[in-house]
Design a protein around this ligand. Structure first.
Ligand code: SAM
Ligand code: FES
Length: 347
């Protein structure tokens, strides 16, 4: 296995069969070897800097019904909320004071937030904080909508592809959602000029090692600026409540593979990783990640954005979250930096 890891390190590429073999058959010492090379590669591009993104979860209304997600429309036990423009701007003001230079607006697919409303919010943030990047993560839209958000000033867009295998995708989503449309959205976003993030859940129901290898092949083909991955974590009010969650080791291994495959990429160590292990986010950085995303949403709504069970940081003020992450990163020899944290460039 070490020979395959060496090959990935020197060429940034493996075949699907090679990825599958590594994912399926690696040992603990292979994983440690992968992480050491992933950290080395990440340091060549980003040193020991860790970028922070202020996450604002501004609506948990969603018209979709993804089978894994706690805010799916069929979950009648979710108490729904929306933040208005003033609430969102207040989050940004607080975040700016704390040193955030990227704001990520994430939410369910909420028809209340028409293109006009989103454009208004984006342009207001950009005019108050011209030195900040705005990232949107609001799901699948048509090309014209993405273009309008971009023209209003949005810089980046996160849309996880969830799984690159179309059959697997159909097992995770109702029939009205299609893997083809989701991928089309990603290509539209890139063509418009966004810095684009795709990504997937690790250990999602029915996922095989081959599916994960397909995810790696998709990343190689699409060449995103960012990749968001985290373990699938079951949520008690969804059809997948009885499925096992993904594991820490599995997720760390995928982070290491991604860093060696796309050396330049912005790679968050996610809240989901911190949820399945108390040191998950630190371990993610030590496996090749270079971004963390503290929550800037008002504490009053945090517990309502429960995509999965036992989510961490739902009771902490933004300042506490930032300090906590700063301390955690320092403890492993990394520095949280206050910059926009743009991608080092697709190579
Ligand atoms: N609606 C937008 C979208 O679809 O991209 C953004 C919000 S969506 C809730 C954000 C991400 O949460 C999804 O892309 C999915 O990967 C992740 N997610 C949802 N349910 C999850 C679960 N049970 N465990 C882990 N991640 C989950
Ligand atoms: Fe929120 Fe640690 S990051 S409390």
């Amino acid at each position: 296995m070490k020979a395959l890891i060496d090959k990935l390190y020197s060429t940034s590429s493996l075949t699907k069969e090679e990825y599958t073999k590594l994912i399926q058959h690696h040992s603990g010492s292979d994983a440690e070897y992968l992480y050491s090379l992933a950290v080395k590669r990440r340091k060549e591009y980003y040193g020991t800097d860790v970028y922070i993104r202020g996450l604002i979860e501004f609506t948990n209304y969603c018209k979709n019904d993804c089978l894994y997600c706690g805010i799916r429309r069929s979950n009648k036990n979710t108490e729904r909320y929306r933040l208005d423009k003033d609430d969102i701007l207040a989050c940004c003001e607080q975040g700016y004071g704390l040193g955030f230079r990227t704001f990520v607006l994430q939410g369910g697919e909420d028809p209340y937030f028409t293109d006009e409303r989103i454009c208004d919010i984006v342009s207001s943030i950009k005019s108050s904080y011209p030195d900040c990047a705005v990232t949107l993560s609001i799901g699948e839209k048509e090309h014209a909508s993405y273009k309008a958000f971009f023209d209003a000033g949005a810089d980046r867009y996160l849309l996880r592809h969830e799984t690159a295998d179309n059959n697997h995708y159909r097992k995770l989503h109702p029939s009205e959602m299609s893997p083809e449309h989701r991928k089309q959205c990603l290509y539209d976003l890139k063509a418009i000029g966004y810095q684009v993030g795709c990504g997937f859940m690790v250990g999602s129901p029915y996922q095989t090692a081959e599916n994960l290898a397909d995810d790696m092949m998709f990343l190689k083909e699409f060449r995103p600026h960012m990749v968001g991955i985290g373990p699938f974590i079951s949520q008690h009010d969804t059809p997948f409540s009885d499925f096992e969650s993904g594991t820490l080791d599995q997720t760390l291994f995928m982070l290491g593979l991604i860093r060696l495959t796309l050396p330049y990429v912005l790679l968050p160590s996610t809240t989901a990783l911190g949820t399945i292990h108390p040191l998950g986010r630190e371990k993610g950085v030590l496996a090749g990640a270079n971004v963390v995303m503290p929550n800037l949403s008002p504490v009053s709504v945090r517990k309502k954005y429960l995509l999965y069970d036992n989510k961490i940081c739902t009771g902490d003020e933004a300042a506490e979250c930032k300090n906590c992450l700063q301390m955690r990163m320092r403890s492993i020899g990394y520095d949280v930096v206050s910059s926009r944290g743009d991608c080092a460039g697709i190579k």
